[in-house]
Structures are given as structure tokens and as C-alpha cells.
Design a binder for this molecule. Structure first.
Ligand code: PEP
Ligand code: MG
Length: 739
């Protein structure tokens, strides 16, 4: 090692000048930094990571050793990002001091900091000679110099960075490979050209088209016919694959096509000398104006259908590029999506979805999971401004996305895909699930749509612990009739002939807004007319659902549970309605028996009346997602508040224990069906307080079963007791092993 001015400046000014002036992008710039470090130090490997404040991760930027550092590790697309505390680099950023990979001190990670603000980590490797105290001194000087340089470089190159780009600091020149960290929405990977779904913009584009010929009425009619055929085909697809949600999602499209006055108006304009596409556009614009001015939200909503329809006709008539293309195999980028859009995209076989919004998306994510549609969410609205299709790779498991992936990433992606196909993740669950020390545990599944249930049954799940019946409601354009609901529920019953099924009654409101109930708006929908409150205020809707469930169950004993119960009165009123529906059915000679009745514990007000509640229910189910939200007064969907959404808050844990104790005392069956039920940090605690029934979404069945079988109840009880003793979140994190 070679440094004359070892403890002064590592890089000379001429070198810095060279660094900044000749590097046209940050890749070249970092490469030069690495070259300089190589020049000054005797090393065999060097990598630079930058600290990303928003995702709280170290982002891999550059390395001289790439062989064992592909961004796919252990079958997961990691983008090489590292969390605090993870590996030697994660430890360095966490501790703020130099860390070594092992006792041999051949791998060193040095934090790069500006004051106490983390900037990144420099990772150095040597083949033989361990790093010494003297080396440490040199590295300290080096990293302090790098801190400033890198901070500047971050800003300087933020618009044109390869490999890493912060949402909010970006350019739209996506010409080189960019890896971004978003939020995981629904698992699965997709790779394809992007398609930007921005109906309004695409529709506006239609106005700019210069027609190169005169299109006849005959050509327009042919295009309309073709469009109709395509829509019917799409509709058929939905019906075959998603029978419970197969409301006529293309109804308004088809109705408009059949509308006589729409067609006559176009015809008249063509006869008066208009070019056919221009006539179609002019008439559509009149309709759009009328629809948008309507007071009725249902009519207003039809504007989008109309725009979509006309783009489809244009595409079939003149094949214009601004008209919608086939989204099959594409990664669809959109700012916001309705549940019905998701259905359309699924039926059109889009490869995946990139939602570029920071807004509320919980039910869209749940729907995407049920539709097996990979989904990544990222707060980066400018992404939809890209005009050209871009090759995009998304990983809904990790929330990563890669724009313009290079050959290496694509190859890794393809080999992972092949691997996943050869070894499907879903494995059969054993008939009997036990803890490590032999205690029996029931593992049920949460389902939203029929395909979830089919998958769960293939996996031998113990039954359905939560059927979110609102999903078919959310996907339709009007309240499904009793008959329509009956058909869906019958299918559910038949698909699980010998397993327990828990139907949860309609849980709408909050972020699950029915499009046909939009005239009712609230300032605080999560504290408003949600769930059981909505049902009790709309008894006709509630009765229809109850009758449909009871009829579908016939003489089979099912479980029926009410969401968001906050008082005994609500429970009793809901039960009375069930009883009445059951008696009505019996009087009409329709087979029906009273189901087991249960309540979801989602609102803390139940904690004070647990004994009474236990006296009046057959079972209880903890909806931990909402329970935590209401206990801690923190929006479960607001990413920016996620640091406050702490399920292991001591009060939450004590409340869960209180619920478990009451159920044990009164011999009432208890299940937990929120996200906590599959989380490895919470399962030992939940087992430790005596919960023996868990209901998780199909994608977590295998993982949950594995954790249960690895947990000893004796140890879990010790962990639970210890966690319950503490009032500090940090202490609890230590006990539960949460980093
Ligand atoms: C819950 O709140 O935990 C729950 C299971 O219900 P949902 O997620 O549907 O609100
Ligand atoms: Mg809930």
C-alpha cells in the first residue's frame, strides 16, 4: 500500500477532476472511483452501495466483482439491495463503524457517512492479507472523501442513473437498465413490454390522428362487428375463469354498440360527408359530454367505458398506435385501477401490473393475488409519461422492478421461471398439522374469489377460515341479485364438500367502495358506514345475502361471521336477521339450518365485553389487520404511517392474550385470520397464548405450516409470557426476534 499522503487526501485533485469531468453517467463515475481505489490499495474486490432513505436499503451501485453478485439470489430477485443489519454491509450501515466479514478480516465494509447521515457503504475484499489497523485509517479517510463526492454525484446524476433511481428524482430517458424498489402487491414475476393504460390520454390522442384515406360506413360497421366479437370473447374468458366475478364487465360497451341512436347519429354524419372515424369520434364526444355532466355517478362512470370502446373500434378500423393494443403478455402501467379494470386485464392475459401511485390499493392488491396477477406498486406517477413501450421486469414478491433489464438479469429471470415451473411452490399440506411437540393446530385459508378456493383445496387446506364475500360485490356494476349470489356460494360449498367453511358477511366501506353506491361519500370512510353497520342499515341487501348463503348451504352446517362488530346489539340484530331468513326459507319449504354464528374481533370496544360476547357466539375470529388499525389509530393502508402500524405494540399483544384467555375460559373456538396469522415473528407468540386455529391466504399456507411444525408450544409459551411482561416495543422486538 502505496499512499504518500495516507492520512490526508487519498485522491488528488487531478483525480477528482478526472472523476467528475469525464464521466458521462454515474456508472462510469463509480467505475472510476473503483479504479482509483484499486490504484491506491491492494485489494481483489470492491463494491459501492448507496443508502436509499425512502426504502431504507443499501442499493448496489457498482462492483469489480460481479460473478457471485448477480441481482438474483436464492431464487429471488433482490436487485442486490441490502437492509440494515443484513450481512457485513448491513451491519456497517447500522453500526456506523467498520465491520468485518469474518475473523480473518479479508472482507471489510466501511460506512460512508456525512456527519451522522448515512450515504452508503464501501465493501472491500482481499484474497490473502487481512486488513490491518493502518488500512482502517486509510479507509476512514477514503470514505470521508467519498461521502461528499457521492452525495454530489447522487444529485448530479440522479436523472440519468443506471441501476438505481429514486422515485421523485428521475428522468424519463429510460435508455439504460434501472432497478427500482416498489411495494410488493401480489406475488409472481412478469417480464414484457410495458403498456401504459391511461384511457383519457389515449382518447385525447385519437383527436390528433390525421386520416390518410376516407373510411366508409361499411368499414366502420366491420370494425364495430369485430369489436363486438372481441368483447364477447373477453366476456366468455372471464365467465370461464372467474365465474364468481363474471358480472357483465363489458355490458356497457356492448349496450352502447347496440344503441340505435348512437349508430344512427354516426351514420347521418357519414352521409353528410364526414370521414367515418371522425364521425365516430364526434358522436362519442357528445355522449361523453352528456355523461360527464350527469349528476348520477353511475352514468358518469360510463365515460371510461365509452372511451375504451371507441379506442377499440379505432384500433380495429385504422390500427392506429394510440388505440389500445393487445395487452396480452404486457406489463401494464397504470395510475389507478378499478376492480373491473383488473378483471379486464386478467381476461386479456396481461403479464403483470405496475401501479404507479401511492394511493390506497389494498383491495386491488388482494384482487391481484386472487387473479394470480403479479403486481408491484410504486409511488412514481411519471412512469406513465413514457410513450414508447419499455421492457419491464417486475417481481411482485419483493416489489422490485427493472426497466430495460440487461441480458444477465433476463437470463436469471428465465431460469427462475423455469425452476418455478418445474418445482411449483404449492405443496400439499399434511392432513394433521402439529407443532414440533405434537400439539394439534388447524390451518385454514382466506379466500376472496373461487380460484383461491380451488388452489386451497388442491393444497389440502383444512377448510376456509375467512371467505371475503364482498369481492364478487366489488367486481360487479350493481348489487348481485340473490340468485347470482346463490350461484357463487353454491360453488364455494361444492368445492369444499367436507371441510369447514366460514362465510364472512358483506364487508364493504372503507377502501372497499361499491361503484354503484358511490353517491354515498364520507369524510372518514374507515370510521363510517362499514361492514356490519352497512348491512344493518341496508337490511334488504343483507337479507338477500343471508338467504343466498343459507340456501346454498342447505342442510350443511356452515359458519357465518359478522365483520366489525363493536357492540352486543349489533351482534344480536345481525343474528335476528339470520334467524328470520332461516325461518322464512323453512316456511317456503327450502332446506335450511341455522349456521354457527361468530363475530370478528376487529374493534377494541369488544375487549371490555369479551365474557358476554363469548356467551352469545359459537366462535370468534381475530381480524388482526383492522384490530391493529383501530387499537393504534393508524391507517393500515398508509405506507407513510407504517412505522406506527406495529402489531407487537404491548397493548395489542395483551389484548390478543385477553381474547385468547376468554375463549379458553368459555370454550369458544378462536381463529386468527389477519396478516399476523402467517408472520413468522408472531406465530410463536400466538401459539404461546393458546391460539390453535389460523387462517391465511393460500400463498402463505406452506410457510405457516412449516413455522408451526418447527415451533415448540413449551418454548412458545415462554416467549409469549416474556413478551407480555414488557411495555417497551424494543424489548418485545428483542424477545420476538424482530429486527
Ligand atoms: C382483518 O381485518 O384482519 C381481516 C381479516 O379482514 P380484512 O383484511 O378483509 O379487513
Ligand atoms: Mg377486517
Amino acid at each position: 500500500m502505496i499512499l504518500r499522503h495516507r492520512y490526508h487526501m487519498l485522491f488528488e485533485f487531478s483525480e477528482l477532476d478526472w472523476l467528475f469531468h469525464d464521466s458521462e453517467d454515474i456508472d462510469a463515475f463509480l467505475k472510476r472511483i473503483i479504479d482509483l481505489i484499486y490504484k491506491h490499495m491492494n485489494i481483489t474486490g470492491c463494491s459501492i452501495y448507496l443508502w436509499d432513505e425512502s426504502s431504507e436499503q443499501l442499493i448496489f451501485m457498482a462492483s469489480e466483482k460481479t460473478v457471485d453478485q448477480a441481482p438474483f439470489r436464492n431464487g429471488e430477485f433482490t436487485g442486490l439491495n441490502i437492509r440494515k443489519g443484513q450481512g457485513v454491509c448491513g451491519r456497517a450501515i447500522d453500526s456506523g463503524s467498520i465491520e468485518y466479514g469474518s475473523k480473518r478480516r479479508l472482507v471489510m465494509a466501511a460506512p460512508i457517512q456525512r456527519g451522522s447521515i448515512p450515504v452508503g457503504v464501501l465493501n472491500l475484499e482481499r484474497a490473502k492479507r487481512p486488513f490491518s489497523i493502518i488500512d482502517e485509517g486509510v479507509i476512514r479517510v477514503l470514505t470521508s472523501q467519498l461521502a461528499n463526492i457521492l452525495e454530489n454525484a447522487k444529485l448530479f446524476y440522479s436523472g440519468n442513473r443506471n441501476s438505481y433511481l429514486e422515485p421523485g428524482q428521475h428522468s424519463l430517458e429510460f435508455s439504460s437498465q434501472i432497478i427500482l424498489q416498489g411495494i410488493a402487491g401480489a406475488p409472481g414475476t412478469a417480464f414484457g413490454d410495458s403498456y401504459t393504460l391511461d384511457r383519457q390520454r389515449s382518447f385525447t390522442e385519437l383527436r390528433r390522428i390525421k386520416y390518410d384515406k376516407v373510411y366508409t360506413l361499411g368499414e366502420l360497421e366491420k370494425a364495430i362487428e369485430k369489436t363486438e366479437e372481441q368483447l364477447l370473447e373477453l366476456q366468455k374468458n372471464v365467465e370461464e375463469n372467474l365465474s364468481d366475478s363474471a358480472s357483465l364487465i363489458f355490458t356497457s360497451h356492448l349496450l352502447i354498440l347496440k344503441d340505435n341512436s348512437f349508430r344512427t347519429e354516426i351514420k347521418t354524419r357519414i352521409n353528410n360527408g364526414n370521414n367515418a372515424p371522425a364521425a365516430l369520434l364526434a358522436v362519442t364526444e357528445n355522449y361523453i359530454k352528456a355523461f360527464s355532466e350527469s349528476e348520477n355517478p353511475f352514468v358518469k362512470e360510463k365515460v371510461e367505458d365509452l372511451e375504451d370502446l371507441v379506442q377499440r373500434i379505432f384500433s380495429n378500423m385504422i390500427g392506429d398506435s394510440s388505440a389500445p393494443v393487445n395487452v396480452e403478455g404486457r406489463v401494464v402501467i397504470s395510475k389507478s385501477l378499478y376492480p373491473s379494470d383488473m378483471l379486464m386485464l386478467a381476461s386479456e392475459k396481461a403479464a403483470g401490473i405496475l401501479l404507479v401511485t401511492g394511493g390506497i390499493t389494498a383491495h386491488i392488491a388482494i384482487l391481484a393475488q386472487s387473479l394470480k396477477m403479479p403486481l408491484v406498486i410504486i409511488d412514481f406517477p411519471d412512469l406513465i409519461k413514457t410513450d414508447k413501450p419499455l421492457p419491464i421486469l417486475i417481481d411482485g414478491q419483493t416489489g422490485k422492478l427493472c426497466i430495460n433489464p440487461g441480458k444477465r438479469i433476463i437470463m436469471e429471470f428465465q431460469s427462475i421461471q423455469a425452476d418455478r415451473q418445474a418445482n411449483p411452490e404449492e405443496m400439499m399440506l399434511p392432513d394433521l398439522i402439529t407443532s414440533r411437540d405434537g400439539t394439534r393446530v388447524n390451518l385454514f385459508t382466506n379466500i376472496n374469489l373461487i380460484p383461491d378456493l380451488e388452489e386451497a383445496m388442491r393444497m389440502n387446506a383444512g377448510g376456509v377460515g375467512l371467505y371475503r364475500t364482498e369481492f364478487p360485490f366489488l367486481l360487479r356494476s350493481s348489487f348481485p341479485t340473490e340468485e347470482e349470489q346463490y350461484a357463487v356460494y353454491k360453488q364455494v360449498i361444492e368445492l369444499a364438500p367436507d371441510k369447514p367453511i366460514t362465510f364472512r358477511t358483506l364487508d364493504v366501506g372503507g377502501d372497499k367502495i361499491l361503484s354503484y353506491y358511490k353517491d354515498y361519500t364520507e369524510e372518514n370512510p374507515f370510521l363510517g358506514l362499514r361492514s356490519i353497520r352497512f348491512c344493518l342499515k341496508n337490511p334488504a341487501v343483507f337479507r338477500q345475502q343471508l338467504r343466498a348463503i343459507l340456501r346454498a348451504a342447505g342442510k350443511r352446517k356452515i359458519k357465518l361471521m359478522f365483520p366489525m362488530i363493536s357492540t352486543m346489539e349489533e351482534l344480536r340484530s345481525a343474528r335476528v336477521l339470520v334467524q328470520e331468513c332461516h325461518e322464512d326459507l323453512q316456511m317456503s319449504g327450502i332446506p335450511s339450518i341455522m349456521p354457527e354464528i361468530g363475530a370478528m374481533i376487529e374493534i377494541p370496544s369488544l375487549l371490555g365485553i369479551l365474557d358476554h360476547l363469548c356467551d352469545e357466539v359459537d366462535f370468534l375470529s381475530i381480524g388482526s389487520n383492522d384490530f391493529v388499525q383501530y387499537m393504534l389509530a393508524v391507517d393500515r393502508n398508509n405506507e407513510k404511517m407504517s412505522e406506527y402500524y406495529v402489531p407487537h405494540n404491548p397493548s395489542v399483544l395483551r389484548a390478543l392474550n385477553q381474547i385468547a384467555e376468554a375463549c379458553i375460559k368459555h370454550n369458544v373456538e378462536l381463529t386468527i385470520c389477519g396478516e399476523m396469522a402467517h408472520q413468522k415473528e408472531y406465530l410463536p407468540f400466538l401459539l404461546g397464548i393458546g391460539i390453535r386455529q389460523f387462517s391465511v391466504s393460500t400463498s402463505f399456507l406452506n410457510q405457516t405450516q412449516r413455522i408451526i411444525s418447527e415451533t415448540s408450544i413449551t418454548e412458545a409459551e415462554i416467549i409469549a409470557d416474556a413478551a407480555l411482561e414488557h411495555s417497551s416495543i424494543y424489548e418485545i422486538e428483542r424477545i420476538l426476534g424482530i429486527s
